[in-house]
Design a protein around this ligand. Sequence first.
Ligand code: PAF
Length: 298
Amino acid sequence: MTDKRPWLVIGQGAIGSLMAVKLAAIDVPVQLKLRSENDVIDDEQLIRLGSQSLRLATVDKLTTPSWIFAAVKAYQVAPLIRELRTSKAYEASTLIVSYNGMLRDETTLMRGSDLHWVTTHGAYRDADKIVHAGHGQSWLGPQQSGQNAPHEVMEQLARALPPLTWEDDIARRRWQKLAVNCLINPFTVLHKCRNGEILQHVTPELWRQVAYEIQVLAQYHGIELAVATLLQQAEHVVQATANNRSSMLQDYSQRRPTEIDYLNGFIASASAEAGLSAPANQQLWQQVAALTGDLGPR
Ligand code: PAF
C-alpha cells in the first residue's frame, strides 16, 4: 500500500519547483513551505514548468509527519533544520536535502537517517517559468551510511524524476560534486563568464592544484578520489553546461550571498583545521569573498 504522507517541498528555486511539479504529477500530496517570516502567505502558489501550470498548496510550517524535500542554498540548511526541529512532526518526518557544498557541522545538524539527494538534472528560472534544461540522473543516500533504503521515498522520487539510484556511500558522490563546483563556480564569478569559457582563463596548474587540495582533504576524511578523474568530471560538466551561467555567478549578479564559504571556503577551512594546506582554494575563497562581501561560514 502506498504511504500517502504529504511531501513538503522547501526551496522556491528551480530544482525545488521542478521537484514539486514532478511529484504532483505522480499524484502524491504536495505542499510548498514558504518562509515563515513572509508577512502574507497565499494559500496556493502557481508554478509554471514549460507549458504546464500548477497551483500547489502552501504552508508556513511543518505540522504533520511528511517527506520533506529541501533544495536550498548551503547557508539556509542550518537555520532550516533549527526551525524544523521546533515542530513535533519533525521526529516522524524524513528529511531529504540537496545543496551545493559541505557544511562543517553536518554531523551535529543532521540525523543519521536524513538523506542527501545529489543530481545532475539542470533547471533554471526564466522570468516566472521553470525550465528543465538538462535531463540528468540523481542519487539518494543517508547522512550516515549503513541505513536501509526508505522504500516509499525511493519509489516516489524515482517515479517523479527518474532515474534515481540508492547510494549508501553518498558522501563520495557529494565530494565529487563539491570538486566540480569548486573547479567551476568561483572562476565564473572572477572572470564574469559562462561555464564554457572558464578554461580560457584558468591555467591547468591552478585547476590541478585546486583538485589536488580537495583530493588530499577527502583522503583525510577517508574518501579516495583521483585528481585526474576530478578534472575529467569538471571538464565534462564545463562542456555539457557550456552556455550556463553558474549558480554562483547568478547569485553574484543578483547580489545574493554566494555559496563560496561552503565550496572553496569549506576546503580551505576544513584543511586548516586538519593541519593541511590548501592555498589555491584559500585564495579563491578570499578573491570571491572580496568581490561579493561574503563574510565567512555562518
Ligand atoms: O552550481 C552550478 O551552477 C552547477 O552545479 C554547475 C555544475 C557548476 C553547472 O552550472
